[in-house]
Each structure stands twice: as structure tokens, then as C-alpha cells.
Design a binder for this molecule. Structure first.
Ligand code: BGC
Length: 720
């Protein structure tokens, strides 16, 4: 299943649909708003790295000038779905080629009828090129007028980020706009060319909205075809963005060749991450949709940007990146498109200075990554946000202060990438430093808890954010332990394979024998509360909290956080996401099936699967698969798969749930597909298909070799 479609336009779902019909090319993404506009639309284009200052949220991706703007007038009547009559409607996103198409048959208020077909894509073959075509088949004789613009008057929900510089028309007819972000002073240039057989063409030099007007003679049944190409570049790419944007425009002869290049590149892209689910069309489409959303957000040529929690598809989380990237999205890239994974990890390497500064400012050593990270890697988590009970009140956000697990999450992804690719040069050059400096952070942040005789981390927030200011969160402690050991192993490995680099890092990071001994001690004596049966206490005192039966609150449409309140939620055993299970998923090798089973049975009924974090369900699905509870696994999986497609949480309008999308891929491959990759690089497959799946095929690459696995319901599989 490759086509995501709708056959009616429902204004009530406008924002949700804008999100899921987003197109992009790893450089930018454009939400699925209509070319001609619609009242209250949230039209937006976000370009990687184009951040600008913003109150409360510190910095946000600036909504770029609108390249879609295209008005069609039928004998002077403006086409709009808000007026007239929609006689037929269909919108399709072809995931295979990244092309969005909308076909409408529309009757104007005064009775003129036309069929309009809009097709658009952001070229994956040329990331500086955007393409849009409008085909109009009038059912009347008269005149069709087009007004195509670059609209520089865009904002971020009211906040203006752009300061126009210049605009005009070049000698070859190209119309351009140069503009700049107000605070970060990033210059952006857009250059537009319109192709068609117009009877008349004029340039309207409208301030900040340079426009080309074209007039066509309309004959009933005779198509009018107009192509709008837009070249785009920023001062992050080059010192002369307009030249670059213009060059890319000039290099594009026509629609057909641009589209052919697009199809070709996308075919290559899908080749390596192929997944086919037979027997479940919804799942088949959903997993492709998830992959598509991540592929269009994945920087191909830029290693100084990351993928925000909402990709580039919405205003939610302002383009900030979280652990969502490393733990949820990266595996797809690491195992199918390692050069993208490397770009994303490079970003963490380049933001080490900010991570060090954050640790230092709090009185620690090493690298403490920002919980929310943007262009520089400085902490950009807002300190306060509107309270969900009373939007006029503010609630304190503690994750930026207390969620230290992010450093271990980054180190974990670095190691996973290294193991999967065997990219020693990269690890020596960049990865090792991340692992060592995060280890250093965890050693310095650890406290000796004399009364318990162990090292712990007090006053933290784990993945389950319903509980803040907790002590000894198991996820945090055990990933810190893992990180410390990974640091020691890294140094030993460097001593052997890159002694010069080992010496350099020892010096640079002051890795004295005493310090390394301390790492060892902290790792050995990390606090963790595990019962004789293997049940891990999520944090100190969790089992003493009021127990809760989430079933008693059903049916509900709110999260347990909203029901209990921010303070209240701290008193109950209801959790936002399966904290301990996430730990056991990541450190799979350390736990037997029966140890996982005990924790799975305890924490599953206490997890807010429906309205807690969207990060939870895919991991829950994988662990359920491991436990052999396939029907239950499917329930969690399909909840994740529908997060955006069906807007099950009601907030898809804010943008794609990127971690969930990455989790969907993982649930199929590591869950149902049963792929298990051991730390030494060996791997095995234990297929566990839902009963209605006839066949599952997936592909992954390990150390340069691509494997195609086909799984069958009887637990067998074949390798291609
Ligand atoms: C989740 C975090 C996540 C963030 C961004 C929060 O609601 O609890 O785990 O990183 O959203 O997706």
C-alpha cells in the first residue's frame, strides 16, 4: 500500500490532514495546506537549521515564506474550497514517490465549473528545488487567471521571524525574494519560475509577496497546465543564497524531468528499507507512512541539524530534538541508511561544547546533553508552559533540569551505530568522545548514598514523566552504568586500535587512572532496587505510591496526568510510558525472559497506553512480542501506527509523532519480525507474526551487508 488518500474534505480535520499530507526532502518540509489557502489553515514550511529566537521556547524553526501560494480565478471568481460547491474531491500522497496530488471539481458561486489538479513535491533529487503543477480543465469558455507568489508574510502562530531584504525579477524572468530571520540573521532566498502557455504574463512587485500573474484563454475541455518551480537556499548553505537558488532553478528544464528524477531517487531510497506486510493493508500502509515521514525529515547533506520530535511537519515542540531521535528514530537509519544516522550523530558531536557547558553550569563534569536541543545544542526546554487545567496558569517544566538520561541515550545510539556499521574511523574520530564524555558526566553526577552503600542519582526524571524529582530511577541508573562501562571499554579499545587518539582523549578529557577507577566503582555499585523475582522498582519508593487500576477510569479521553494533575500524578503508580520495560528493551542482553515477564506483568496495567506518551506503545509492542503476547502486542502496535493517521491522541495537527513513527518501524522489525542483534554484531530472527499477517518482509543492513528477511506465520523465515 503506497497511497494515503481522502475522498472528502472535512474542514474540522484540516490541521490533522495538513500534517499527514506533509511532503519534504530532508532539507525542508511543507505541510499539506492548500495552494490557494483555506481559512484558519496552518500552512508552514520548515527548513532544517533555520531557527530564530522566540519567547518562552527560546528558539524555534521559523515558518519559511510560503512557496505554494497559487490563486486561480475563473472569469474573475477566486477558486476556494471555502466558497462555491465541491463537486468532487480527492487527495493522494504517493509515498513511493513523495508526490502529493489533489483533484477537485468545483463550481464557483456564479456557476462556472472546472476540474483542478494540483501536484507538488519537494525534490529529493535536488534538495533546493520545489515543484508544483496546476492543471485546470475548464467546463466553460472564458478566462482563467493565475497568481503565483512567494509569500514572505508568514509567521509562527503570530510571531514574526522574517525581515524582508530585497525582491524583484531577474532578466530571465525569475522572480525572487530575499529575507532574513530577525535575530539569528539567517538569510533565505527563494526564486520562482512559472512555465505555461499564458496569453499574458505580468510581474506584480507586491511588497514581500512578489507575484507573477498569468492570463489564459479558457476553452471548455481544454487543459491549462502551469508549472511553478521554486529554488530555495539559505546562508547556512552558501554565502550567496539567491545565486544558489537561481542555479537550481536554471538547472531544471521541465516538470517531466524533475518528476522522473524524483521517482528515481525515491525508488533507491525505498529499496534499502523495504517492508511488506501481507494480510494487513492498514499496517502495511502505516509502516510505510512512518518510514516516509522520517525519510523526508532526515538530513542527507547536513550534519549540524537533528530531527525534531515533530519532524519538520508542524509547530509542536518548535523543531526541538529530544531523546526521541536516538532511541526511537535512529535505529531505522542505523540499520537501513547509516549515512543519515551518522549525520544525526555528528550533530551530537558538534553540540558537545554546549553539553559540556550545561554540565559545568550545574557543577558537573563531562557532557550533559540538553533535554531539548536546537541549533547550538544549548538547553532550550521551556521552563514554564501553560498548565493543562487552566491555560492562564503556568506549570513548571522540569525535564531540562532533571532528565539526565538523555546523555546515556545519545551514547547508546552512538554505540549501536558503531556496532551496526563497524565504522571504526567515525567512532575513533567522533563517537568515542561522546561515549567518554557522557560517562564522565555520569561519574561526576553520581552520589554516594552512604545509608544504602551504593551510588545513585537523586532528583531526576526518567522516561515516565508523570513522576518528577525522583531518586534512583532504574532506567537512568542502569543506562548510566551501561554508559560508564561503555566508556571504559571504549578507552581500552582505543588503546589497542587508535593509541594516539586514546592518548589525545585521555589528555583532553583528563581521564586519569583515578578517574577511571571511579567510573568502575560507580558502575559496580550503582543503586537498583530489584526484588528476588526480578521485579525492578521504577524509582525509590515507587511501590509505596497509591496503586491505581487504570481500568476504573475508562472510558476516558484524557491522560492520567490531566486527571490527577501534575502534583497529584506523583502520588500514584500510573505511568506515562513503560520506563522499566524501555530499559529492558535497550539492555535486552542483561535480562532473561522471565525477568522481563515479571516487569511486563507489573508495569503494563499501570501504564497510560492511550493518552500517556506516544513513545510508549511501540516499545510496549516489542516487549509484548518478546513475551509471546502477540495479540496484545498488536494492540499496542496499531495504536502507535494510528497515532497520526487516525489522530488517536487528537494532537496530530501539531506535527508528526516522530518517535512513534520510528517506534512503528522497530515494532515491525524487532517485534513481529523478531530481529535480534547482539552486541557482538551477530544476529538472529524469531518471527512472531500477528495471526492475520500472511507474510512479513523486511530489510536491514549490518556492516555493509543488506539482508532481506521474509517471515511466515508458522515462525519460519527465509533469508534473501
Ligand atoms: C515525552 C517525552 C518525549 C517528548 C517529545 C513527552 O511527552 O514524555 O519522552 O521525549 O514528549 O516527544
Amino acid at each position: 500500500m503506497w497511497i494515503l488518500s481522502e475522498d472528502t474534505f472535512d474542514p474540522a480535520k484540516q490541521h490533522h490532514k495538513e500534517t499527514i499530507f506533509t511532503i519534504g526532502n530532508g532539507y525542508l518540509s511543507t505541510r499539506g495546506a492548500f495552494e490557494e489557502g483555506y481559512p484558519n489553515d496552518r500552512r508552514a514550511t520548515f527548513i532544517h537549521g533555520v531557527f530564530d529566537d522566540a519567547p518562552i521556547v527560546v528558539t524555534e524553526l521559523a515558518n519559511a515564506p510560503d512557496w505554494l501560494a497559487l490563486h486561480v480565478l475563473l472569469d474573475g471568481e477566486k477558486f476556494s474550497l471555502a466558497t462555491g460547491t465541491i463537486l468532487a474531491y480527492r487527495r493522494e500522497l504517493d509515498l513511493q514517490s513523495g508526490v502529493l496530488r489533489r483533484e477537485v471539481r468545483w463550481q464557483s458561486p456564479q456557476g462556472r465549473v472546472a476540474r483542478l489538479i494540483f501536484t507538488r513535491f519537494a525534490s529529493l533529487a535536488d534538495e533546493h528545488l520545489l515543484a508544483l503543477r496546476c492543471e485546470i480543465i475548464p467546463e466553460f469558455d472564458g478566462q482563467v487567471e493565475l497568481r503565483a507568489a512567494i509569500n514572505g508574510q508568514t509567521d509562527n502562530e503570530g510571531l514574526l521571524h522574517w525581515q524582508p531584504l530585497t525582491q524583484g525579477q531577474l532578466t530571465d524572468g525569475t522572480v525572487f525574494l530575499r529575507t532574513r530571520t530577525r535575530k539569528s540573521r539567517i538569510e533565505l532566498a527563494l526564486a520562482m519560475r512559472l512555465l505555461g502557455n499564458a496569453a499574458q504574463t505580468a510581474f506584480w512587485d507586491v511588497e514581500n509577496v512578489p507575484t507573477v500573474q498569468q492570463v489564459y484563454v479558457a476553452r471548455a475541455g481544454q487543459p491549462i497546465v502551469v508549472t511553478k518551480f521554486v529554488g530555495i537556499a539559505t546562508s547556512r548553505d552558501t554565502a550567496a543564497p539567491l545565486e544558489l537558488a537561481h542555479r537550481h532553478l536554471q538547472a531544471t528544464p521541465d516538470w517531466e524531468s524533475a518528476l522522473a528524477a524524483q521517482r528515481q531517487v525515491w525508488a533507491r531510497e525505498w529499496e534499502r528499507c523495504q517492508i511488506v506486510i501481507e494480510g494487513d493493508d492498514e499496517a502495511d500502509l502505516a509502516v510505510r507512512f512512518s518510514i516516509f515521514q522520517l525519510l523526508i525529515a532526515a538530513p542527507r547533506r547536513d550534519n549540524r541539524v537533528n530531527i525534531g520530535a515533530k519532524t519538520l511537519s508542524g509547530f509542536g515542540y518548535r523543531g526541538h530534538a529530544f531523546w526521541d531521535t536516538e532511541i526511537f528514530m535512529l535505529p531505522l537509519f542505523t540499520y537501513t541508511a547509516p549515512e543519515i544516522a551518522r549525520n544525526l550523530l555528528d550533530y551530537r558531536y558538534f553540540t558537545l561544547p554546549a553539553a559540556r557547558a550545561k554540565a559545568r553550569a550545574a557543577g558537573y563534569e563531562g557532557a550533559w546533553y540538553a533535554w531539548e536541543s536546537a541549533d547550538t545544542g544549548e538547553e532550550v526546554t521551556p521552563t514554564w508552559v501553560p498548565d493543562f487545567h487552566d491555560k492562564k496558569k503556568l506549570a513548571r517544566v522540569w525535564t531540562g533540569d532533571l532528565a539526565i538520561h538523555i546523555s546515556a541515550d545519545v551514547a547508546y545510539a552512538v554505540q549501536q551505530f558503531w556496532q551496526a556499521t563497524g565504522d571504526d574511523p567515525w567512532y575513533i574520530e567522533r563517537g568515542a568522545e561522546i561515549v567518554l564524555d557522557t560517562a564522565k558526566f555520569f561519574a561526576s553526577r553520581a552520589e554516594w548514598l552512604a545509608e544504602r552503600g551504593c551510588y545513585g542519582y537523586t532528583d531526576v526524571i526518567g522516561p515516565d514523566e508523570y513522576h518528577d524529582h525522583v531518586n534512583n530511577n532504574a532506567y537512568t541508573n542502569l543506562l548510566a552504568q551501561w554508559n560508564l562501562r561503555a566508556g571504559l571499554e571504549t578507552l581500552a579499545w582505543l588503546d589497542q586500535h587508535a593509541p594516539q587518539k586514546a592518548a589525545e582523549l585521555r589528555r583532553q578529557l583528563d581521564l586519569t587512572p583515578d578517574r577511571l577507577q571511579h567510573w568502575q566503582t560507580v558502575a559496580e555499585k550503582i543503586c537498583v532496587n530489584v526484588g528476588a523475582n526480578g521485579l525492578i522498582e521504577q524509582f525509590d519508593g515507587f511501590f509505596q505510591l497509591k496503586d491505581v487500576n487504570l481500568a476504573d477510569y475508562e472510558p476516558r479521553t484524557k491522560s492520567m496526568h490531566e486527571i490527577f494533575g501534575i502534583e497529584g500524578a506523583n502520588e500514584y503508580q500510573a505511568i506515562k510510558q513503560p520506563d522499566v520495560l524501555m530499559l529492558q528493551f535497550l539492555l535486552r542482553e542483561q535480562y532473561s525472559d522471565s525477568q522481563i515477564r515479571v516487569n511486563y506483568d507489573y508495569y503494563t496495567p499501570r501504564t497510560d497506553h492511550t493518552y500517556g506518551s506516544s513513545l510508549g506503545p511501540p516499545i510496549q509492542a516489542i516487549v509484548a512480542c518478546q513475551m509471546g503476547d502477540i495479540a496484545e502486542a498488536y494492540e499496542h502496535f496499531i495504536r502507535a501506527a494510528r497515532a497520526d493517521l487516525r489522530d488517536v491522541r487528537g494532537n496530530a495537527g501539531d506535527g508528526i509523532h516522530a518517535a512513534s513513527a520510528g517506534g512503528v518501524w522497530q515494532a515491525v522489525v524487532f517485534g513481529f519480525g523478531g530481529l535480534r542483534i547482539h552486541p557482538d554484531g551477530t544476529w538472529a530472527v524469531y518471527p512472531r507474526l500477528p495471526s492475520h499477517w500472511r507474510r512479513l518482509t523486511y530489510r536491514f543492513t549490518l556492516r555493509g551487508t543488506t539482508h532481506t528477511i521474509t517471515c511466515y506465520p508458522n515462525g519460519h523465515y527465509t533469508m534473501g
